[in-house]
Ligand binder design. Structure first.
Ligand SMILES: Cc1cc2nc3c(=O)[nH]c(=O)nc-3n(C[C@H](O)[C@H](O)[C@H](O)COP(=O)(O)OP(=O)(O)OC[C@H]3O[C@@H](n4cnc5c(N)ncnc54)[C@H](O)[C@@H]3O)c2cc1C
Length: 324
């Protein structure tokens, strides 16, 4: 028999787990389906900017969010969602192993950063090699860095690093920089930024941490430079094949959302890095996950003829009702 849940959440990153917490806490049945626990949180050994905790790690936050979700009676399964379809009584969610029925879905499938494809790249991940400049540039105050990438991602990376690092090599394959003209002008004026056009990275090396990168230019000339950190800003992959026939996706491949995580489908809500939000950070994913979870809850309550809720809880003190 096909299992039924009132709400199904796709993804157990910070957006999906936050959605799950807010749904399960309202005592409606909720299942989080995810390939893994934590998503990109697993790429963050040192987490400095999650409000409320000065020093944490991505995996620790993932485990805390999972425990919180399970305490409220939510269910979790590790599986891959392959397709979501409309059905007579709601939405059918097909996974690699089975099928579920649900009234509402919260999409939180996040993204995966592209890498350079070097054979030893994984070995240096977070040991000198980084995939999120806005997250990790502050670890390189006064140090020598390089950034390699494409278009606006590279420009933003160069500008952020130039404010922290003593030296920034800005490495790109073409002859000219692509992207926003003002940003290009700004980067050209930075004294600590050296532009390295027509060049790619051939190899990286070091002992425990990254120490050197070998550059290869279009003429076939190799050059090895010493760096403390290498930032790879090659964009990310968002895979929405399983739901692209049901929701509007923008030209960047992100789910278009409005207030409360509403998508173009009335029973589907979305949050986190797979959506068109501007700042792809954990605290934003958690906040938007909570909103999408509450929207999904309100949707299923309205199907039952109930009014839903405006806030998570309220308190009356004297004559005043406070909504939180
Ligand atoms: C290297 C790196 C460092 C970072 N450092 C910081 C930092 O210091 N501070 C900060 O605020 N942010 C940081 N970020 C950004 C932050 O990690 C993301 O903004 C955040 O994780 C997004 O959360 P999410 O839940 O939307 O997606 P994700 O974290 O990407 O989680 C998505 C989840 O969905 C699952 N999934 C995807 N597709 C399916 C499917 N079809 N079926 C089932 N499951 C699926 C994935 O397996 C994953 O578990 C960093 C990112 C990177 C890459």
């Amino acid at each position: 028999m096909v299992q039924e849940y009132e709400v199904i959440v796709v993804g157990a990153g910070p957006a999906g787990l936050s959605a799950g917490i807010y749904v399960a806490r309202q005592k409606v049945s909720c299942l989080v389906i995810s390939k893994d626990l934590g998503g990109q949180l697993n790429l963050i050994p040192k987490l400095e900017n999650y409000p409320g905790t000065m020093m944490s790690s991505g995996p620790l936050l993932a485990k805390t969010l999972e425990n919180q979700y399970l305490v409220f009676g939510g269910e979790m399964t590790f599986d891959t969602v392959e397709r979501i379809d409309e059905a007579e009584t709601g939405l059918k969610v097909k996974t690699t192993r089975t099928e579920y029925m649900t009234k509402a879905v919260v999409l939180a499938p996040g993204k995966v950063p592209n890498n350079l494809g070097l054979s030893n790249e994984n070995q240096f991940a977070n040991k000198g090699v980084h995939y999120c400049t806005k997250c990790d540039a502050p670890f390189y105050q006064g140090r020598t860095t390089a950034t390699v990438g494409v278009g606006g991602y590279l420009l933003e990376s160069g500008i952020l690093l130039s404010r922290m690092a003593s030296k920034v090599y800005l490495i790109y394959k073409g002859g000219g920089l692509g992207g926003d003209k003002d940003m290009i002008e700004a980067i050209k004026k930075k004294e600590n930024v050296e532009l390295v056009p027509n060049t790619s990275i051939k190899s990286i090396s070091g002992n425990n941490t990254l120490q050197q990168i070998t550059l290869l230019d279009n003429s076939g000339t190799e050059k090895t430079i010493t760096v403390d950190g290498l930032f790879i800003e090659m964009g990310s992959k968002i895979n929405l094949d399983f739901v692209k026939h049901l929701v509007t996706i923008n030209t960047k491949g992100e789910i278009e959302i409005g207030d409360g995580g509403k998508t173009s489908h009335p029973a589907i809500f979305a949050a986190g890095d797979a959506t068109n939000i501007p700042y792809k950070q954990i605290v934003a994913a958690c906040g938007d996950g909570a909103a999408a979870g509450l929207s999904a809850f309100n949707y299923v309550e309205k199907l039952k003829g109930k009014p839903g809720i405006r806030a998570d809880w309220k308190k009356t003190i004297g004559d005043t009702v406070f909504h939180y």
